[in-house]
Design a protein around this ligand. Structure first.
Ligand code: 13P
Length: 247
């Protein structure tokens, strides 16, 4: 499977900074390069789409959508709107959406299903909090989050999964490659047990990925790529992480 390197800019890089990023981002090309995805803030999407120096092959997504198609939902955007604006993917269920904005498993699942129905590829994020991990609940949390999505997602959907342990996000604490492999194994086993027979689902690792640890994480069994927060804001660092994913 072709590796995937994704950058989630979170609430960083407005339109001007997005243009500046793309002016200096050198996207690795040639044999074995990963797919490269960037998730800018929605208001910066147009700047990225229209940028004359946008590297060919760079895929753009939004960080969140609403599950309804339209209506009185102040501040929200729908999957169809994001698609119309030039996004081809959306993050769904990022831990900050779950834990800062209170999205529950059912909401995340509805968003994933709405994205897929509109033709926007969902990148479904799952992950356990530190206290859940310490309590031995890693598998039960991941499976609860995954099952909710599998209950609603059509079996033909193209989608990606991202394992992002909450304790490793923005903390400088990285899961070890073995931790990542273990969690990815849990997710893959469940996909198989639930009879997933749609398109192959790449499973990414996210949480304090940097140029210095990206390669060993992507080399870990079961890890198909990375979802990068802080280090994706810097064009040189992000380029180095993409290069680290070259097979
Ligand atoms: P950091 O890479 O900053 O830890 O963020 C990870 C993340 O949340 C990506 O979605």
């Amino acid at each position: 499977m072709r590796r995937v390197v994704a950058g989630n800019w979170k609430m960083n890089h407005g339109p001007s900074e997005t243009r500046a990023f793309l002016d200096s981002f050198e996207m690795p090309t040639g044999e074995g390069v990963p797919r490269v995805l960037i998730f800018p803030p929605s208001v910066s999407l147009a700047a990225a789409v229209a940028h004359p120096g946008r590297p060919g092959g760079l895929e753009l997504g939004v960080q969140n959508i609403h599950f309804e198609a339209s209506g009185a939902f102040t501040g929200e955007v729908s999957a169809a709107m994001a698609l119309d604006a030039g996004a081809t993917l959306t993050l769904v269920g990022h831990s900050e959406r779950r834990h800062v904005f209170g999205e529950d498993d059912a909401t995340v699942a509805r968003k994933a299903a709405a994205a897929a129905a509109a033709g926007l590829t969902p990148v479904v994020c799952v992950g356990e909090k530190l206290e859940e991990r310490r309590a031995g609940d890693l598998a039960s949390v991941l499976l609860r989050q995954l099952d909710a999505v599998l209950d609603l997602l059509p079996g033909t959907a193209e989608w990606l999964l991202a394992y992002e342990p909450v304790w490793a996000i923005g903390t400088g604490e990285t899961a070890t490659p073995a931790d990542a492999s273990q969690a990815h194994g849990i997710l893959r086993e469940r996909l198989a047990a639930r009879g997933w027979s749609g398109p192959e689902v790449p499973v990414l690792y996210g949480g304090s990925v940097k140029p210095g640890n990206a390669r060993e994480l992507m080399d870990a069994p079961g890890v198909d790529g990375v979802l990068v927060g802080g280090a994706s804001l810097d064009p040189t660092d992000f380029s180095a992480i993409v290069e680290a994913g070259r097979r």
